[in-house]
Design a protein around this ligand. Structure first.
Ligand code: TMP
Length: 212
């Protein structure tokens, strides 16, 4: 019998919502329960494209806005063969940001619409679930100071949040909103429950194509 595929689990949300902490905790919990799982994060700053993105985010270089949007998308596409291989081998992938961050961030810039921003990511492996860690910009600001990177301002993050709220209305994607204002442990429990259900339901289903 063919091996059951892993699930593609994506974590999204504004900065300070706790995505990275929760991704790590989820991978640990899945591994401890004997389920193969790995974490991936976007942007993947280790590749050649990722290094261009990283320099841009650190404000060491400037890039034209459409160009950087396409680079973020290319950075996802370059990982697709590896992602598909791992999923087919039965490894669940827990992904810290995906195409939804791509769209929510670029469309917060003047002159960009959601529709244009979605186009380069059409056809990417479709997540079996996207958990949106919902945290109001006011609560995010209380958690700690924003860093020095590009986009880390409360005005920009509010615009990003509004774009996420638009994206969540798309019924073609399995969105699950999570109240990220709860304690780390409560959020983790919530996320684990959804993830285990998703792993069970998606293992016999074919991997879909995003926004197609
Ligand atoms: P990080 O802080 O999770 O490493 O993300 C880096 C920044 O890049 C963050 O501000 C969100 C932004 N971003 C985009 O603008 N487009 C994208 O496609 C992705 C994945 C992230």
């Amino acid at each position: 019998m063919a091996c059951k595929r892993g699930a593609l689990i994506v974590m999204e949300g504004v900065d300070k919502a706790g995505k990275t902490t929760q991704c790590k905790k989820l991978v640990e919990a899945l591994q401890q329960s004997g389920r193969p799982a790995e974490m991936i994060r976007f942007p993947d700053r280790t590749t050649t494209i990722g290094q261009l993105i990283s320099a841009y985010l650190e404000k060491k270089s400037d890039l034209e806005d459409h160009t950087v949007h396409l680079l973020f998308s290319a950075n996802r596409w370059e990982l697709v063969p590896l992602m598909k291989k791992k999923l087919e081998q039965g490894t669940t992938l827990v992904v810290d940001r995906y195409a939804f961050s791509g769209v929510a961030f670029t469309s917060a810039k003047p002159g960009f619409c959601l529709d244009w921003c979605m186009k380069p990511d059409v056809g990417l492996p479709k997540p079996d679930i996207v958990m949106f860690l919902r945290l109001s910009p006011a609560e995010a600001a209380l958690r700690s100071q924003f860093g020095e990177e590009r986009y880390e301002t409360s005005v920009f993050q509010s615009a990003v949040q509004q774009n996420f709220e638009q994206l969540i209305k798309d019924p073609s994607v399995n969105w699950q909103a999570i109240d990220a204002s709860q304690s780390v442990e409560d959020v983790h429990e919530n996320i684990t429950t959804h993830s285990l259900n998703t792993i069970n339901t998606s293992q016999n289903l074919q991997l879909g194509e995003l926004w197609k």
